[in-house]
Ligand binder design. Structure first.
Ligand code: NAD
Ligand code: ZN
Length: 248
């Protein structure tokens, strides 16, 4: 692992435009469980029964109670970890330009990253399904589930469910960032959810170096990524940035 950390620091030292694609794994050290993998939510519940828009439309109470409430409590208390902070440092060093995150926890912004594309939206906001009014999650009255808007409509989280489209402006900005970077860091994503998993492929095809940080192999490993640094996001990212600062 030591050699790969040095190699990543070297690649970053030479890079002018770094982008990052992050997934649930980057927030595991902040206490938020991922969906897939060890300890993931999917071990307990079936995603198609709770995270699909059709499931929400059919039975919003059920989805609100299980998935959203469980996630909300966890997300509310979470703080950025060494990986989120490492990416902030990488931006301050003039290397990292854009983070494309699949996470809905807002931890990159809380850490201080300034250009974050929230590919799958955010849990911090709710949207009325009837009048489209948006309200901060913490200001939504949760005494009744599902929570209701003044107009009588039901609030839904302002994030992308399975079966829904990525907002087109997020998709196009992400594709641009992926095509323009010379290093793409892929941190803590299982790379099986489309179209997010296609982002590193765009970078690869445009000639960028693709570096993965994950305790486990993914479909990108050995196919799209140049190398995988096997380990936890916080620990690995922290060490890479420390090594990079030594080089600069
Ligand atoms: P995923 O749950 O499918 O995969 C998690 C990945 O993280 C796995 O590859 C796992 O090996 C890796 N991982 C586990 N612990 C890690 C650690 N300490 N450091 C680095 N990597 C680690 O996550 P995904 O690929 O992001 O896709 C699932 C979808 O679930 C996303 O679209 C996202 O919207 C949503 N989600 C978000 C959150 C969040 O906001 N924190 C949490 C759960 C799920
Ligand atoms: Zn309304």
């Amino acid at each position: 692992m030591e050699d790969l950390i040095k190699r990543a620091a070297q690649d970053l030292a030479e890079a002018k435009n770094v982008a990052a694609l992050t997934g649930a794994g980057i927030s595991v050290e902040s206490g938020i469980p991922p969906f897939r993998g060890k300890g993931g939510l999917w071990e307990k519940i079936d995603p198609m029964e709770y995270a699909h828009i059709d499931a929400f439309m059919r039975d919003p109470v059920k989805v609100w109670n299980v998935l959203i409430k469980e996630m909300k409590d966890i997300v509310d208390q979470a703080q950025p970890n060494a990986a989120h902070k490492g990416l902030v440092r990488l931006e301050k060093l003039g290397k990292l330009k854009t983070i494309i995150t699949q996470n809905v926890d807002g931890l990159h912004q809380l850490a201080g990253s300034t250009d974050v594309i929230e590919f799958h939206g955010n849990f911090a906001w709710q949207r009325c399904m009837d009048c489209d009014r948006r309200l901060k999650t913490r200001n939504v009255d949760m005494s009744q589930i599902p929570p209701h808007c003044e107009c009588g409509g039901i609030f839904r989280p302002d994030c992308v469910f399975f079966g829904e489209l990525i907002p087109p402006q997020h998709l196009s900005r992400s594709q641009l960032a992926a095509a323009q970077c010379d290093v793409m860091l892929v941190i803590g994503t299982s790379a099986v959810v489309q179209p997010a998993s296609y982002i590193p492929v765009i970078s690869k095809e445009a000639g960028a170096r693709v570096i993965e940080i994950n305790p486990e192999r993914t479909p990108l490993t050995g196919a799209v990524s140049d190398y995988l640094i096997t380990g936890k996001a916080g620990e690995v990212t922290g060490r890479i940035v420390a090594e990079l600062e030594r080089l600069l």
